[in-house]
Design a protein around this ligand. Sequence first.
Ligand code: ATP
Length: 327
Amino acid sequence: MVTIATLGSHSALNILAGAKDEGFKTLLLCERSRTFYERFSVADEIMYLNSLSEIKDPQLQETLIQKEVVLIPHGSFISYLDIDSLETEFTVPILGNKYLFRHESDRNLEREWFLRANVRIPRTFSPDEIDTRVIVKYHGAKGGKGYFTADTPQEFYHKQKENEEKAEIQIQEWIHGVTMYFHYFYSPLNRELELTSIDRRYETTADAVVSLPNREPTYVVVGNFPLAIRESLLEQVFDIGDKMVEASQTLHERGLIGPFCLETIITDKPEIVVFEISARIVAGTNIFVPYSPYSYAKYFEPMSAGRRIAREIREAVARGRLKDITT
Ligand code: ATP
């Protein structure tokens, strides 16, 4: 009997609540300090670790395999396990395609994915080509720390000097519009793409009640808002989702499996411009426990992202196809 497990962070409540909904045993792997998970009812068992990076330990992996664990990866999981060891040394089955995590973590590989999918993305520039407003992004800058905007090459060089950053950068066209994050689920069993929900992030200091003039905002995510999109735009939403799934199959033969998210900005055309992908569950789905307007219109029963994952696992087990949805 499969046990659904995840790490105590990010979207663990959502994932484990969904697993319980579908009748699975649940296991939470958790840092010792995070005893607050005991205050909820979603984990049948909690294994405390000194650090989440202990998940790499071969003995622990063996214990998880003995327990028939399917591990659900989320944002924190990816940051605690470097991608090389995840691909080569991690043998516990995880839901989804771990070979695509490399493509979401590296801006150049990610861009390659978008180009193959032929979705609208921000143009990129070298410093001297800047002829419109741009946003300058550092690789791996969590929360947009150090990001800045510029309108000309001169302004770019001036601000870059101020930042004294030597790290690799990407200069992107600044897209004028509002952000929307689309949460999808691709089922390899049904060969079908579903829209599970939509959110926008609550970011400090970008969403600060009082903004100081002349200070670049930062984008540290501290919460999420639910969103329903203007219904006629759903055609574009499914179109870009389908294209990303199709393109994923050219990057790795298994392609996208299960939950993923496209981070976008919608202009006043209105056109959806994609600037990032996460090839796994995102925390924006947490506000849709037990369901969203979109999952309800598909299932007519509570169907959160966590539950949708567990449902896929349950069906895969029933059809003897667990290997088709795990890597
Ligand atoms: P993550 O935690 O998702 O990796 P991050 O810290 O790397 O995020 P981004 O998601 O790349 O940062 O961008 C942070 C914010 O900057 C976005 O939420 C969005 O509001 C804004 N942003 C990003 N790219 C653009 C763009 N091309 N045009 C306008 N705004 C943008």
